[in-house]
Each structure stands twice: as structure tokens, then as C-alpha cells.
Design a protein around this ligand. Structure first.
Ligand code: FES
Length: 94
């Protein structure tokens, strides 16, 4: 298990590293914006994700969707990433 800190909500959740960040958040009743249901297409689930050592780089689909959605450096699609270490996560809508 990894810890996901959501300071905007004053929540820290335990996350299963085998599941996406989005799934972990939803399972803890934390809302995640989405219109594609986690297919990596809509970009609405993008979040700022801060870890100590960094994440695996985005694949081509994630890169394309992040670019289309004017993502800032450090923003990732929560439906496409799995966390292998503790992280701090923020969005514009929490
Ligand atoms: S939910 Fe649509 S890109 Fe992640």
C-alpha cells in the first residue's frame, strides 16, 4: 500500500499500487472528474501528482491527452497512472 495525501480535502488514503490513482480515489469516495470513464481520452481526470522519486513517464496516449488539455508540468492523468510510492495529489476542483 502507498499513501495518497490530498491536502485540499484533509484526507490521506491508502492506495493499492496495482490499481490506478483514479480507482483508488473513487474507492475512497473522493470525486474524480471524467467523461471517458478512465480510457485516457477526455483529460478531465488530470491532477498534479508530486512524489519523491517521480513517476514512470507518460505513454503516448497520456502524453497526447495531457497536451490536448494544456496540462502543466507535473500534471498526470489519474486514470492512467499507478503509484508505487507515497504521493501528494491536487486538482483544481477539490
Ligand atoms: S478519465 Fe478521461 S482521461 Fe482520465
Amino acid at each position: 500500500m502507498t499513501k495518497v495525501n490530498c491536502p485540499q480535502l484533509n484526507r490521506v488514503i491508502d492506495a493499492d499500487p496495482d490499481k490506478t490513482l483514479m480507482k483508488n480515489l473513487l474507492q475512497n469516495n473522493i470525486p474524480v472528474a471524467s467523461s471517458c470513464g478512465g480510457d485516457g481520452i477526455c483529460g478531465k481526470c488530470k491532477m498534479m501528482v508530486i512524489t519523491t522519486t517521480g513517476l514512470e513517464p507518460p505513454d503516448e496516449l497520456e502524453k497526447k491527452t495531457l497536451a490536448k488539455n494544456n496540462a502543466e508540468t507535473g500534471e498526470r492523468l489519474s486514470c492512467q497512472i499507478k503509484l508505487t510510492e507515497n504521493a501528494l495529489v491536487e486538482t483544481t476542483y477539490w
